[in-house]
Design a protein around this ligand. Structure first.
Ligand code: SF4
Ligand code: SF4
Length: 419
């Protein structure tokens, strides 16, 4: 099959060639505990097989005999999809590999090969289409106008110091969190604004399904909008993959720097705290923190949410926090496939959540595995004995609540402590 493979880059060559197969990465993966066949090294192997086929002489000459293989049939591609969508791109295997192999990054490129060959979970594919075409904006117009009215904040104000980035998923799953963020920014006397429309469904969805054209188009559209307002800071309430994309990778995607800095709201609130801009009272509650993989491990934001929480609750550190945080398994779009989330999006955007039999089976099995993958992390948080588990991302919050934990978004906890 022609041209389904991603282009080689120096990091990808290293990930391709230097794995020694020691499996030291396996215990770090939440999906390894669902089934040992989902070890990071084994998921990345599917891409290695394809790369061998195209880029090595032995692979070209001897093919499957030397582990060089590009799927030929529909069934083979569907099998690859099973593996590629049991990866949350949490980065934990990267930090535990003695050779610095980022299997999550390999799986991301594997999804690109899948997408190029015409394979992506239909729900994510449709959301990507809506985001890429901009159709989500017209479909969510009424919802957005209603939200803006209730927020009572100027939208699209040029030159405001802070632009609060709100995606459609933020709005659908966490309207209360966005409104509480507005409350906190007001209490801090911040000069801020909201966008005139949601900035993506859960951008960039192209990165999740492996559609590079969509990734570039969506990032470009959102960054251009932000630049038009010239804020000093763009602030996210989500600690999911939006954070590393807009904070670090967008400059690489668009090959230029931007005139603003992207922050997670915990970083901004930490700055307020240091500057004495926020008066917070102690709540008398004990709380622990679930670090979002993208914010903590990929983004390095570990200290800030802790320092802010320590000012308002009796903080209990989980056994594995920060860079070692246990992934709940919902990253890289997996959490968007959960029934509740998918139906909420479908209803808001007027799209059908109907799937054919094979797709339904795929999504159901994946959703079941997602629930199993989150258990280790959930159990560890339970063991802290904390009254509340705090999350820095709306999708992680939904997963924690679905597991029966008393969980709350970081912003909501801080908002209830604002004097
Ligand atoms: S990715 Fe790293 S830890 Fe995993 S098998 Fe390969 S060398 Fe070992
Ligand atoms: S990035 Fe996370 S979910 Fe993906 S293979 Fe590595 S440890 Fe597993």
């Amino acid at each position: 099959m022609a041209n389904v493979l991603p282009k080689l880059s120096p990091p990808l060559v290293h990930y391709f060639e230097d794995c020694v197969g020691c499996a030291a990465c396996a215990p770090s993966c939440p999906y390894y505990y669902v089934d040992h066949k989902y070890a990071p090294v084994d998921k990345a192997e599917f891409l290695r097989q394809m790369l061998r086929s195209k880029y090595t002489l032995a692979g070209k000459l001897l093919g499957r005999v030397v582990g060089a293989k590009i799927p030929r049939t529909d069934a083979e591609w569907w099998e690859v999809m099973q593996y590629a969508y049991r990866c949350a791109d949490c980065g934990h295997c990267y930090t535990t590999c003695p050779f610095g192999i980022d299997s999550g990054a390999m799986v991301r490129r594997l999804r690109e090969a899948l997408y190029n060959a015409g394979y992506a979970p239909p729900v994510l594919n449709e959301l990507n289409r809506l985001e890429k075409s901009g159709e989500y904006v017209t479909r969510s117009k009424g919802l957005w106008e209603d939200f803006v009215k209730s927020a009572g904040v100027p939208v699209g104000k040029k030159g405001a110091r802070v632009l609060l980035m709100v995606t459609l998923i933020d709005l659908l799953l966490s309207r209360d969190v966005v409104l509480n963020a507005v409350k906190i920014l007001r209490a801090a006397g911040e000069d801020f604004t909201l966008p005139e429309r949601p900035l993506g469904v859960a951008p960039p969805l192209g990165a999740v399904v492996g559609d590079r054209e969509s990734l570039r188009a969506v990032v470009s559209d959102i960054i251009s909008y932000m630049e038009g307002l010239s804020p000093q800071y763009v602030v996210l309430i989500s600690g999911c993959y939006q954070y590393p994309y807009f904070r670090f990778e967008a400059t690489d995607v668009l090959k230029r720097k931007f005139g603003f800095k992207v922050l997670h709201i915990s970083e901004l609130l930490y700055e307020y705290l240091k500057a004495g801009r926020l008066k917070l009272k102690k709540l008398g509650t004990s709380a622990t923190l679930h670090d979002s993989c993208q914010l903590a491990r990929r983004g390095g934001v570990v200290k800030e949410p802790r320092e802010v929480l320590k000012a308002v609750v009796n903080y209990i550190e989980p056994k594995h926090g920060g860079l070692e945080a246990m992934c709940l398994g919902g990253g890289a779009g997996i959490a968007l496939l959960a029934k509740d989330v998918r139906e909420a999006i479908g209803k808001a955007l007027g799209i059908s959540a109907k799937l054919d039999v094979r797709e339904e089976k795929f999504v159901e099995e994946l959703e079941g595995d997602y629930g199993k993958a989150s258990r280790k992390g959930v159990d560890e948080l339970k063991k802290t004995g904390a009254e509340v588990v705090v999350a820095t991302c709306p999708l992680a919050l939904a997963a924690l609540r679905a597991s029966g934990l008393n969980a709350e978004h970081f912003v909501n906890v801080v908002a209830s402590a604002v004097e």
